[in-house]
Design a protein around this ligand. Structure first.
Ligand SMILES: Nc1ncnc2c1ncn2[C@@H]1O[C@H](COP(=O)(O)OP(=O)(O)OP(=O)(O)O)[C@@H](O)[C@H]1O
Ligand code: SF4
Ligand SMILES: [Mg+2]
Length: 354
């Protein structure tokens, strides 16, 4: 394995402090509430876009985030990138609290993001080479060095520099632009890359090529990914572990194969059941999700899924289930049916967890 830093012109990545045993990212209590104005006489309301989200990402791991539109995936990503202030929670990057031991400027070197819209992410007045060189120049690299790095990175993302360096964003295809955005993200030698629907807008065949590129780059440069997508097949392909979000909360997490093969939360089961499967033996009997579409404005009390859950009982609207172990693999779900003694008729026997 090489590092991006081994490219002749690359920036040194920020130091690996804790070694392999220390998670690259630890997120606790992450919360973002957006106030939304009510009508003339209506009180203003709060969108609980991200509500007490906790997870960690190990070095070299790919963690997927899935969930319906509006469940808080992009808001989580933006909070991690510090693109907006949060209402609460800690973000620890390689053992250092962002904003305290790790400056925002250092964080930008350590964590980069690729968005869905390849065109909006690029300045239309800069050539591709200039766009990729921009970040390193902001971080103090000389113009000629930064341009040389841009060309090296273009080669790494499968675009011949002599063909593409001097083109403008509108002169290349969507798949090529997304490769440029990946090169631009790598230009600061990050160790964590957040990919927010980064391949979702591409045609299927182009999407597969860019996914393979991401897998190759990860292997070559020892990267860590947070991979956000609504496409469950793509998430299974690329992720080691997965988080399932519903109305701003993580309702299930664990190794992707465990969660996909034995989903413990009814919401995850419904999501997977709604997924098209080409294999008739794999089709399940779980009913598709019914009820109101999710609305994170004033979400329901207790379990937020109780308004749509086919297994909901009275207790589900009173008690909020916390993430609880499903197996020893780190698989967890926030459903009263997996919590011993929770009061749900399907809960395992045992003492309630305090
Ligand atoms: N700036 C904002 N002001 C008010 N509400 C916002 C803002 N940004 C996001 N939201 C709301 O927060 C909730 C979560 O949005 P978010 O974009 O994080 O969802 P998402 O899971 O990324 O959805 P999608 O799959 O459609 O990308 C939504 O209800 C959204 O309307
Ligand atoms: S806690 Fe109740 S409502 Fe929530 S997912 Fe479990 S069974 Fe359904
Ligand atoms: Mg989004």
């Amino acid at each position: 394995m090489t590092e991006i830093a081994e490219l002749p012109h690359a920036l040194e990545p920020i130091e690996d402090i804790g070694g392999a045993a220390q998670p690259l990212l630890q997120v606790s209590g992450l919360t973002k509430h957006f106030p939304v104005r009510g009508g003339l006489f209506a009180p203003s309301k709060i969108v609980r876009a991200v509500d007490d989200v906790n997870f960690s990402v190990a070095k070299g791991e790919t963690v997927g985030i899935v969930g319906e539109s509006g469940c808080g995936k992009s808001t989580t990503a933006r909070l991690l990138m510090h693109l907006m202030p949060r209402n609460g929670g800690d973000i620890i990057y390689d053992g250092r609290a962002v904003g305290r031991e790790l400056s925002l400027r250092e964080l930008r070197r350590g964590m980069q993001m690729v968005f869905q819209d390849s065109y909006a992410s690029l300045n239309p007045r800069l050539t591709i080479e200039e766009s990729i060189a921009f970040g390193p120049k902001v971080h103090g690299m000389a113009d000629s060095e930064a341009r040389a790095l841009a060309r090296e990175l273009l080669g790494k993302v499968g675009l011949r520099p002599e063909t593409f360096a001097n083109r403008y964003p509108h002169e290349v295809s969507g798949g090529q632009r997304q490769r440029v955005n990946i090169a631009r993200a790598l230009a600061l030698s990050p160790r964590l890359v957040i990919l927010d629907e980064a391949v979702s807008a591409l045609d299927k065949s182009v999407e597969a090529q860019v996914l393979n590129l991401l897998v190759d780059l990860k292997r070559e440069f020892g990267l860590t990914y947070l991979f956000i997508s609504h496409d469950l097949n793509v998430v299974r392909y690329i992720s080691d572990r997965v988080l399932v979000m519903y109305l701003g909360e993580v309702v299930e997490l664990g190794p992707v194969d465990d969660v996909w093969d034995q989903p413990a939360h009814p919401y995850t089961r419904a999501l997977l059941a709604a997924m098209p499967s080409s294999d008739p033996d794999k089709r399940t009997e779980v009913p598709p999700i019914s009820g109101d579409p999710p609305n994170p404005i004033d979400p329901p009390d207790g379990c937020r899924f109780h308004t749509r859950c086919p297994f909901a009982e009275a207790v589900c609207s009173k008690i909020k289930p916390l993430l609880s172990p499903v197996s020893k693999s780190g698989h967890q779900a926030a459903c009263l049916m997996v919590i011993p003694g929770s009061g749900h008729s399907a809960a395992p026997e045992g003492e309630p967890v305090q």
